[in-house]
Ligand binder design. Structure first.
Ligand SMILES: [Zn+2]
Length: 81
């Protein structure tokens, strides 16, 4: 992961990080540009899933199937087998 200095846009060297919450991590980095010399903290946060975790997909499928009638379930099962 490449992080750029907010002051001069040079690459930063990550010196430490800590988990703030389940979905947010803070990184502290030093600017590699010796003429800048800044140290900055940045946050990386979860935004959204591109693909759901496998367990979520299964739970979603179970929830969807549980709302179907027996006839609809049979149609779904015959379509996938
Ligand atoms: Zn800089």
């Amino acid at each position: 992961m490449k992080i750029l200095c907010p002051a001069c846009e040079s690459p930063m060297h990550i010196i430490r990080s800590k988990q703030i919450s389940q979905e947010v991590r803070e990184f502290v980095g030093d600017c590699k540009n010796i003429d800048c010399g800044s140290r900055a903290a940045m946050l990386l946060s979860f935004s959204h899933y591109i693909r759901l975790p496998e367990t979520n997909q299964k739970n979603l499928l179970i929830e969807l199937l549980s709302n179907l009638s027996d006839e609809e379930k049979s149609k779904v099962l015959s379509a996938v087998s």
